[in-house]
Ligand binder design. Structure first.
Ligand code: AMP
Ligand code: MG
Length: 405
């Protein structure tokens, strides 16, 4: 049996990132930057004022106080968006607004609250001002040529702020993989059809499609294939244009488990593994014409989990992401956990954050058909393969399934 880490390494070794395309800045939200984006100008673009007040030469205010202010000549006015032409001479000040460029000759700004205007021509400054006070220096945020958004970054509103600041209406992003999803089984009916005797809803088709969308990929629905070679072949051939194929069911050793045979016939390099994990042991993986294909187990939780551990990182790598794993934190177990040695267990759990850090409570009902605990859980506790029992209070790795606390 392969370990989870070995299986993931083998899979990722076969995955290549997609090509790039150009996207308008706001359409690029949630997409992955395809190149290191460099600033073509520094920020701020010039020295400017951090306050409304007067730009001046700091030296002119030495020793100024309420009783004996420094009286300076007002040489002009620079509202935001305009520039003071000329150079400030000794004994002069210029009225300036937040963000306006610092006039040549000035080296500080005094807040308007520390001044008193004396008619049109003069201003009294009531305290000494330090050189550089209330001045934002050219390039203090970033310099021209700096990488402001590295390749592989998922673009959020924070990155949009940066790209708008440096004047990038378009960005290069990774193309989104098209991912075909196939369900297999004679027992499956569509979710809006009545359940006949012995039939179940094709829930995996929906779960996997939703997981594909959550990864930022484009799903292609292949529907349900029956447990016959011709049905499987027909459906899988329809996946020819997809960048990746995922099927569920039909990969264990039951009589009707044909998926691995058909995938092998379609592709030269299918591998069939038992992965030392619970839930989700059987897994078929290979490449068909260079495109990854995954045969996931049929039990709903196993299928979900195999996607989480193997397909998600693969799709993120195809999509150009720099980070492929879920946010993982160390958490303290709130109760004892028992398991058999030899397989990594992924336990659906509720994780919360409190004064003592993260606490993880594995839920009752870890069976591979138990959907209710998938819904209650916000995280997966990773119990290492070689562990047999863990006591309450032990520290474990926890994969966070959502962004919540
Ligand atoms: P299999 O590996 O095909 O034997 O499937 C294992 C279990 O998963 C069986 O109980 C199936 O009924 C169930 N199963 C397989 N495919 C699906 C699906 N698309 N949706 C829900 N359950 C499924
Ligand atoms: Mg089946």
């Amino acid at each position: 049996m392969l370990t989870v880490e070995e299986a993931l390494e083998l899979i990722l070794g076969e995955i290549r990132p997609m090509g790039l395309e150009r996207a308008e800045l706001l359409s690029a939200l949630g997409r992955v930057a395809g190149e290191d984006i460099r600033a073509e100008r520094p920020n701020p673009p010039w020295d400017n004022s951090a306050m409304d007040g007067y730009a001046l030469r700091a030296g002119d205010t030495a020793g100024a106080c309420e009783e004996s202010p420094a009286v300076l000549e007002v040489a002009g006015d620079v509202p935001a968006g305009s520039v003071f032409r000329g150079e400030l001479a000794e004994g002069q000040a210029v009225r300036i607004m937040t963000g306006a460029p610092l006039p040549a000759g000035a080296n500080a700004v005094v807040m308007v609250e520390h001044t008193e205007r004396m008619g049109e021509r003069e201003v009294a400054v009531k305290r000494p001002v330090r050189t550089g006070e209330n001045v934002r220096r050219r390039g203090e945020d970033f310099a021209e040529g700096d990488v402001v958004v590295p390749a592989g970054t998922v673009l959020t509103s924070r990155h949009v702020s940066m790209l708008a600041t440096v004047g990038r209406p378009y960005v290069s992003v990774f193309q989104r993989p098209r991912v075909a999803v196939l369900s297999t089984g004679d027992e499956l009916v569509e979710i809006d059809e009545p359940l006949g005797e012995g039939k179940i809803s094709n829930s995996n088709g929906y779960t996997l499609t939703a997981q594909v969308i959550e990864c930022g990929c484009l799903p292609v629905n292949l529907g349900i294939a029956r447990d016959r070679k011709d049905s499987l072949e027909e459906k899988l051939r329809a996946a020819a244009s997809a960048d990746c194929i995922i099927s569920s069911g039909g990969v264990s050793v039951g009589d009707y488990d044909l998926v691995k045979d058909v995938l092998a016939e379609l592709g030269s390099e299918m591998k069939f593994w038992k992965v030392a994990m619970k839930p989700g042991k059987p897994l078929a993986f290979g490449t068909i014409g260079g495109r990854p294909a995954f045969g996931l187990p049929g039990n709903p939780v196993s299928s979900f989990m195999a996607f989480e551990q193997f397909v998600r990182p693969a799709l993120l790598k195809m999509s150009g992401h720099a980070a492929l794993s879920r946010r993982t934190v160390r958490a303290r177990l709130t109760r004892d956990v028992k398991k058999k040695r030899g397989r990594t267990n992924f336990l659906r759990a509720v994780v919360s954050y409190g004064e003592d850090g993260y606490a993880a409570t594995p839920l009752e009902g870890q069976g591979s058909g138990m959907i209710s605990t998938m819904v209650k859980a916000n995280a997966l506790v990773v119990v290492p393969s070689d562990a047999e029992s863990l006591e309450a209070g032990s520290l474990v790795d926890v994969q966070m399934l959502d962004g919540g606390s």
